[in-house]
Design a binder for this molecule. Structure first.
Ligand code: OGA
Ligand code: ZN
Length: 371
């Protein structure tokens, strides 16, 4: 069905028989001309400064399945496919196959409610990989079962997604009780719920913890959905929500080789106002340097958030077995562990990270192939 076309001073309007209407500024049409994109790379090759800002077409018409525009600066008219231009009309976010809406979860999910998927299927079947990427992004958390008894098995699954994110702890890290630890995780102490590496300019996205052995007494895992905590604060303690979205906490990790620092708000919102990120790590928080008159309000909000993460209303507990791997969005879901007693058995998790951008890219490419 062809749309009707109306020319304005700075834009044209297309109105389709189904009621859909779009306003297309001339400068946008000139900049978006399909001929202005590199035929192989698909990247924009057009130079915006080569035309005046107030450029207008000399002729505009709908012909067949295309909108044709003749411009003063080029001979051949621009040809826009009508279905394409309808789907990409300005003012609408461009459709994104990786746009998976988060499902906020609370304590009633229980350890048993965490989605499980099979390692072999993820490794060998693209549909299973797509499904696992989707469900893990939705919940921010999943468990992969049936990993080979091989220290590389977790990384093999992570590499199905994309490049590993290397950090000052290496490409992978061994979570074991070590004699001279540089990190609380490398002790047998309890780890309160936290997100990793909040001291980094960009904290790593997805975290993979492959359980190689969990034979010691204690050492159970805990998780909490930071989005659920933040959304409930927004609904019931608006002041705390606002403080945690505005005040930046200084974070710092330092050892013999490094001194890595960054400031982060506990809660980050995206351009839609949705909670897009949680940074919460009490053991990496540096000396708080807020103005004295901000301290009480900050501590009240921060303590409230901390209490909520530990409340059974939000927290879930489970125990990883050898051959399982927990995978979670480290910029959303907080993780922790109970203390364990190394004299009663061996506990070893092997970890690595893959950033969110890699995750989303894999999802888009898989969905492109499935179209
Ligand atoms: C970590 C961590 C959890 C565990 O290594 O960052 O939180 O279960 N480990 O040991
Ligand atoms: Zn951690």
């Amino acid at each position: 069905m062809q749309p009707s076309l109306t020319l304005g001073a700075e834009s044209l309007e297309l109105r389709w028989p189904d009621g859909t209407a779009g306003t297309f500024p001339f400068i946008w049409l000139r900049d978006t001309d399909p001929a202005g994109f590199h035929p192989q790379t698909g990247e924009r090759a057009f130079d915006l400064t080569s035309v005046p800002l107030d450029i207008a077409p000399q002729a505009a018409e709908v012909e067949g399945d295309a909108l044709l525009l003749t411009w003063p600066d080029q001979e051949a008219p621009s040809r826009f496919d009508l279905n394409w231009i309808k789907a990409n009309r300005p003012g609408r976010p461009r459709p994104d196959p990786a746009d998976v809406a988060p499902v906020a979860w609370r304590g009633d999910l229980g350890g048993a409610g965490v989605p499980h998927r099979d390692a072999d299927a993820i490794l060998t079947d693209d549909a299973a990989l797509t499904d696992w990427l989707d469900v893990t992004k939705r919940y921010g958390l999943s468990i992969v079962d049936g990993l080979a008894d091989d220290p590389e098995a977790g990384m093999a699954v992570a590499r199905r997604v994309g490049h590993l994110r290397e950090t000052n702890f290496g490409l992978t890290f061994e979570v074991v009780s070590k004699p001279d630890p540089n990190n609380l995780a490398y002790t047998s102490d309890a780890l309160p719920l936290h997100t990793d590496l909040t001291n980094q300019e960009l904290p790593p996205g997805y975290q993979f913890l492959h359980c190689i052995a969990n034979g010691a007494q204690g050492g159970g895992s805990t998780f909490c959905d930071g989005v659920a905590v933040a959304e409930d604060l927004r609904a019931h303690d608006r002041q705390a929500f606002e403080v945690l979205s505005a005040v930046t906490v200084p974070f710092r990790f330092h050892d013999a080789e490094t001194d890595i620092r960054s400031r982060k708000t506990v809660i980050t919102l995206d351009t839609r106002g949705d909670v897009s990120e949680i940074c919460f790590n009490a053991h990496l928080a540096d000396i708080l340097d807020l103005e004295p008159d901000q301290m009480t309000a900050f501590y009240r909000a921060y303590r409230r958030f901390m209490e909520m993460t530990r409340d059974p209303a939000y927290r879930i507990a489970l125990r990883l077995s050898a051959g399982q791997m927990v995978v979670f969005d480290n910029r959303r879901v907080l993780h922790g562990r109970e203390a364990f007693d190394p004299s009663t058995g061996y506990r070893h998790l092997r970890g690595c990270y893959v950033d969110r951008g890699e995750w989303d890219s894999r999802l888009r490419v898989l969905r492109r192939a499935a179209e």
